[in-house]
Write a protein that binds this ligand. Sequence first.
Ligand SMILES: [Zn+2]
Length: 462
Amino acid sequence: MSTTVITNATIVTCDPARTVLHDSAIAIAGGRIAAVGAAASEAAQVPGARVVDGRGKAVFPGLINCHAHLTANLFRGIAEDFGFPSSFSFPEDPRDMVSDEETVVMALLGAIECARTGSTTTVEIAGGIDRYAEDLSRTGLRWVLAENTGDGIVEPTFRAGEPVFSYSEARREEDLERAGRLFEGWHGGKSDRITCMGSTSLVETSSPALLRGVRELAEKHDSRYTIHLNQSRLEVESLTLMRGVRPTQSLFHNDYLGPRLLAAHCRFLDPSEISLLGTTRSNIAHQPAMAARRAVIPPIPALRDAGCVIGMGTDNNTQDMVEVMRTGLFTERILRQDGTNPQPEDVLQMTTMGSARAIGMAGEIGSLEVGKKADLMIVNARRSNLAPTTRIVSAFVHNGQPSDIESVMVDGEFVMRDGKVLTIDEEAVIEAADEIGRRVWRRLVDRYPNVPFPVTLPPGGC
Ligand SMILES: [Zn+2]
């Protein structure tokens, strides 16, 4: 078994003591971390060792994205600026207007951004993931696939958060079967690089029977399950109208809260809901950059104090976890009115070990410790925005750019090396995705001229 050793580097371990080793080494063998520090430097001397010179570089654990919708990058440049739910609504979702091959292109576009921004693990939440699961598996990145379900009977113009009063048993069975098939096909696949998670999309479009079905599916596979929770004021109003309780209270009554739950967003919670999430030891997927775009700062300190594990994610339109860390630091400081809390180390820990705990993988990933899977990123620290690197974690969280990330490794294999993504034809995917996006939005606007649309599209794309 050949050993790879990255030498003479700064090693940011994210271990419980948050150890940072200077002018040190990390050794990788059999897809796992074999040694860190002096023992790794010795391993570099062993004949046959593959040595990577890490001078001027910092090695971090790979970032872990707890909440992504890869193909929603189709909304990029359109959906960021018009609120949630959006101030415009077409009777068709642009994601339903592309072919399966085009869906693969958009998913790979997201995967490229994951690699380039240092995400080695991403929780992908969508309907119909089977269309691109194989392609994602070939990227070499680590994926947790969460097939969305929903049994609410809604109009085509339904916007998330609106009240729903009837549910379809046939739709529920169909969705649960589809989610079950994804588990059967992919959970534990590619040497455990691909796993699955249960998912209901929204509280308002999930009947009690569906919530039970998703929870049981996750329990059967000893996995997590997720849902978007308290993400808009409209959702809170609708649930109160529909069920006489707030969204988190509704999930509590349906036995959906608990240590297997990964609750996304949690923006508009009252104290009773924060307490319920904490006492049930529910996990939170915090998307600070998307929340900030929506002009919201979720009550993360209160959730943490209540006992929740906090992981970090991106959500729609972009997969940039470097931006997520920085926005998470900024917005929590604003919320606390405290320029010293959190510290960059706290935010990095949330984005590595916090996320790993939130998705139930803390024993395998999230830190650079002996025995863990070798998922890491190599940052070029000799950059105008990072030097002097007296405190590399602070420098990277405050000033780091995705382009500082030179290489990304998953299971001990390089997915990106010296700035080149090795597993995807990056140029071809970006060119195709650009064409798809322009064409779909043009077609949508042409098809529904009476829907007020606040964006002037560029010419072409017909
Ligand atoms: Zn989402």
